[in-house]
Design a protein around this ligand. Sequence first.
Ligand code: G
Ligand code: G
Ligand code: MN
Ligand code: NA
Length: 249
Amino acid sequence: REIEDEIRTGIATGEFNLAYQPLVSADDARIVAVEALLRWDRGNRPPLGPNVFVPVAEDSGLINPLGLWVLRQAVCDALRWGDITLSVNISAAQLRNAEFPIKLGEVLEETGFPPHRLELEVTETCLVLDPVVAERTLDVIRSFGVRIALDDFGTGYASIGFLRRFRFEKLKLDRSLVELAGVDEGSRAMMLSSIALARALNMGVTAEGVETEEQAELVRLAGCDQIQGWLYYRALPAAEIDRLMAEQN
Ligand code: G
Ligand code: G
Ligand code: MN
Ligand code: NA
């Protein structure tokens, strides 16, 4: 496919870069983490977002080299950012790749990045396809000290059993759930019970896509400990995170 070839060339010629969206503490709005988000600078060709090119990269296997580039670049940037957590999105295809935990270990060793500062975001789709393999891979990753977050919770199978089985360090409530919880009682009940369950299982809870003060107040009262959303910060270039961290410390 055409996009596939362009991704291959793009990796080789350095067209990909990372933006970082800060996550803030629900208590005092201090930056406690950043999520690395992949961007593709296609020059004068029409722009493509990760929603479009990440699935292509997944289908072609290119997500493995691309995802490794993301990991290495993000870790190198985040070395400068004090003790905040770095979140990196991981695709199902990466999790199924037996090489992945080995490469991850190499990146940590080569860079000296503290493993407990790294959090990998996985989605339910990563896990439902082959839960046995996923569980084994996640156990290896955890043995390094790296943390695991369940991303996009509330959109898919929303299987509560998965929370118990995989014992994620963090649950990330999807933007759509946060939005609906503000307007619909059933969604609010679902959000509250998900948070209660996560709390009972000792997981941190992040609300994603918080755009209004009302949503921030709702998720804070509901017991989320971290908030991510345009109300606080959009995804920013690394240099902007440098500036924010210098201001904060
Ligand atoms: O940045 P944006 O909100 O447009 O991201 C859209 C989607 O692309 C999100 O689901 C996000 O998780 C995914 N995404 C962004 N960066 C990466 C990445 O580095 N790796 C993977 N696998 N997915 C990513
Ligand atoms: O699937 P994942 O949670 O990784 O996707 C993160 C995406 O959500 C990023 O592409 C980011 O641009 C987007 N995002 C983050 N905060 C907000 C927000 O407050 N509103 C909207 N509409 N999108 C957001
Ligand atoms: Mn994410
Ligand atoms: Na999400």
